[in-house]
Write a protein that binds this ligand. Structure first.
Ligand code: GLN
Ligand code: ZN
Length: 762
């Protein structure tokens, strides 16, 4: 029979219970025992949900108090001395590595192209590995077993563990060279799992979707010859890959992974890898077919998924195919049942983690017992697919007509940069080394409380508007006192840089409980793009216009760019993302033009998510993405006259691998995060003879510390080694919303003073 399986389940619980419990513990409001008990309760509850849904292969060790990679760091004792030396309780050492302890935390980076962040293993030159006593995967397997649930433990494979790591500070080791030292730890762990009763283990090697360095690629053979040859002393291994295809690494599968029980591939993201992967399987190997999307919230199209699985069964037979989620369900919200306010039409299109469990079960049953066995489910699913395909929301003729009429010229500004900048200089009248901020000013608790009152209907729209105007007035006055050159309105009306826009656009819906873990205890609640996007009315003009009216200084309008609006939402899966980006771009284009008409001379379009959308592998996929992403930005920004200045902002400054795209945006001014990076990163601007203007952040907005004028001058001096004085803007790294008012004021005072000192010198 065809089994159903799940690669991992969200950990937070229905009501973000884990977040609440960990934060209470960190804040000293609860005990370690209480936290451990809550973790146990959640694990049991989640296993139970999966069992009741009828899932055949249920994961364990997918739970983590902070991050699953950090679990492995501790499991293998890859704990930098600066954390181990305090002799803390293991749980506290673990949190210290994740969250920082006097010194900063271990680096946290994006988990592939998801919005989840993992803690990067940091190996020292003399790294030794040691399996923790009472290893977590064994402990949690036994915990489930005791509750009567047989699970398949999930562990991160040795090649990925090392390849995703780096040399710790002060070390220069290439982690993959430590493979031979790490393998005995895996052998030991697998033996302990087997002894505990685990017949199967899921071993994740997601790095197989990357373009691999030769040494990493070569590591699979020794690793899996060893782990695959343990026979009866180890469980069977299912090697899992996700978020990409493995065709470019297929010889690894055919040459190094033949002794493994099964290979899991993501057939939602890359269905076309099916034939190649099936052909590379050994004669007894099983295919774990990831056909239920672990990354998005849409109901699975049963018909299409069943066809895929049937095709596998044709080639391999029922016993060599497993139906699976494409990846762990960590990346989708817990359950749709918590959503009480969703419109019934769209609700019927969604499937969150709990609902996806039934999906793998139904698909497996349809293939095992024939469609008649699940006919009611198949019919309901087909009706739901039909409703979505034909809904007015997904088919707005006006939006489609406008997209069809988009011309290449609409992507370009009227004149090239030299002409534009001359017009802008005339229109905006800026000094050398102009100063500005990135948009938000401190979001005080008063702002949040008042916004909540308004959302709950406790104050009227008029009262709220008055309040916002007062906030804008305060921020404008402050900036005038500080003598900044290009002012902002401070964004007090914005709850979030994507949600705010989504709420003003058609095509978006919002949830109340659909949280997804981003890192540690932090969760985000992405809006969902359900249909064609358009802008029924201006979104930000009222506030910007008010701000313009109360000052003589140039005012900058603030928008979130099309790619960021898309990337920080759950996108549609029924039309290509480039189409959704273009719809967003057209809506923003209207906003940009309206802002210009309202007297806003400078307009900033934030695109912090541009880079994270980059396909994982270099090459044509990446270039295709950059083309449509850049086009969307240009379409959103190019409707203005030459004299209106377009800025864009990025929360990073590592552009090396896609600088051509950054340059192609043709923004008049770029502001980037740079205060903590090496100023050398600015060299790309020199090498490419970048003609336009740049504001590399001169201080870190994440820190409450007020830098001195001297420090900022030093930073500017470093930047001037790479950038021409006429090119350089002086601004912070990012928005100031998380700072206290006094901190922001002190920091900006130093910044303006430093800019003025340079102005006097040049
Ligand atoms: N304009 C936004 C702000 O200032 C930009 C935030 C961001 O780049 N993440 O808050
Ligand atoms: Zn930023």
């Amino acid at each position: 029979m065809v089994q159903s399986s799940v690669l991992g389940f969200p950990r937070m619980g229905k009501l973000r219970d884990l977040k609440k419990a960990t934060e209470a513990y960190w804040g000293g409001k609860s005990t370690r025992e209480a936290l451990l008990a809550e973790g146990k309760r959640l694990r049991l509850e989640h296993w139970q949900i999966q069992k009741e849904a009828g899932v055949d292969v249920i994961p364990s060790n997918d739970f983590a108090f902070y991050d699953q990679v950090l679990d492995h760091i501790q499991l293998f004792n890859v704990i930098p001395e600066r954390y181990s030396k305090h002799n803390l309780d293991p749980l506290d050492t673990y949190f210290a590595m994740g969250r920082g302890l006097q010194t900063s935390s271990v680096d946290m980076v994006k988990w592939f192209d998801s919005n989840y962040h993992y803690v990067k293993p940091a190996l020292s030159d003399n790294q030794e590995f040691k399996l923790a006593a009472d290893p977590k995967p064994v402990r949690e397997f036994l915990e489930a077993k005791e509750a009567g649930i047989v699970t398949r433990p999930v562990i991160l494979g040795p090649v990925s563990f090392l390849a995703l790591g780096k040399a710790d500070r002060g070390s220069s080791i290439n982690p993959i060279t430590k493979l031979a030292d790490l393998l005995p730890v895996y052998v030991d762990l697998l033996a302990q799992l087997k002894a505990a009763g685990a017949e199967d283990v899921q071993i994740d090697e997601p790095v197989l979707v990357f373009d691999l360095a030769a040494d990493v690629k070569a590591a699979f053979k020794p690793a899996y010859e060893k782990l695959g040859s343990l026979g009866a002393s180890a469980p069977r291994l299912t090697l899992a890959t996700y978020f990409g295809d493995i065709v470019h690494n297929i010889e690894v599968v055919s040459s190094s992974l033949q002794s493994l029980h099964a290979i899991h591939v993501d057939l939602v993201r890359n269905p076309e890898q099916f034939d190649t992967v099936v052909a590379a399987l050994g004669p007894k190997q099983t295919l774990s077919a990831g056909v239920v999307d672990g990354r998005n919230i849409w109901k699975t199209n049963f018909k299409a998924a069943i066809e895929k699985v049937e095709a596998a069964v044709q080639k391999l037979g029922k016993d060599r195919v497993i139906v699976a989620t494409s990846s762990s369900l960590l990346h989708v919200p817990h359950t749709l049942d918590s959503e009480k306010k969703l419109d019934a039409e769209v609700r019927d299109w969604f499937s969150f983690a709990v609902q996806k469990l039934s999906e793998v079960v139904v698909i497996a049953k349809a293939v095992t017992d024939g469609p008649a066995a699940v006919s009611a489910q198949l019919e309901a699913n087909a009706a739901s697919m039909q409703s979505r395909a034909t809904s007015e929301r997904t088919n707005d003729p006006a939006v489609k007509a406008r997209q069809a009429a988009v011309t290449p010229e609409q992507h370009n500004r009227q004149s090239p940069f030299p002409t534009r900048i001359a017009a802008q200089t005339e229109h905006i009248k800026l000094p050398l080394f102009p100063t500005t901020t990135i948009g938000s000013f401190p979001q005080t608790s008063e702002i949040r409380v008042t916004r909540n009152k308004f959302t709950k209907g406790e104050i009227t729209a008029e009262q709220y508007e008055k309040f916002i105007e007062e906030e804008i007035r305060k921020v404008v006055k402050l900036q005038e006192e500080l003598d900044l050159d290009v002012l902002v309105h401070g964004e007090p009306e914005r709850n979030d840089m994507v949600q705010y826009f989504g709420e003003r656009l058609t095509g978006y819906v919002f949830t109340t409980h659909a949280w997804v873990q981003s890192y540690g205890s932090r969760c985000v609640r992405p809006p969902i793009v359900v249909g064609d996007i358009s802008r029924p009315a201006p979104m930000t003009v009222k506030e910007s216009k008010f701000a313009v009216s109360i000052t003589n200084k140039p005012m900058k309008g603030m928008l979130t760019g099309p790619i960021t609006c898309l990337r920080w939402s759950f996108p549609r899966d029924d039309v290509h993302q480039s189409i959704q980006a273009q719809q967003l771009a057209l809506a923003l284009r209207d906003e940009v033009v309206d802002l210009e008409a309202a007297g806003v001379k400078v307009i900033q379009i934030d695109e912090p998510a541009l880079r994270e959308g980059l396909p994982l592998r270099a090459g044509t996929e990446r270039e295709k993405y950059l083309k449509w992403a850049v086009d969307a930005f240009k379409l959103s920004s190019a409707g203005v006259t030459d004299s209106t200045q377009i800025h864009s902002h990025f929360c990073y400054s590592e552009f090396q691998d896609f600088f051509h795209a950054i340059a192609a945006l043709d923004a008049d001014v770029l502001s980037i995060e740079n205060s903590k990076s090496d100023a050398k990163l600015l060299k790309v601007f020199v090498d490419s003879q970048y003609p336009r203007e740049i504001g590399p952040g001169v201080y870190d907005i994440h820190s409450p510390r007020v830098p001195t004028e001297e420090e900022i001058k030093g930073r500017i001096e470093e930047m001037l080694a790479y950038l021409r004085p006429e090119q350089l803007w002086i601004n912070p790294d990012c928005g100031l919303k998380t700072r206290k008012e006094a901190e922001a004021k002190g920091q900006l005072e130093s910044m303006v003073a430093a800019a003025k000192a340079f102005r006097a010198k040049y």
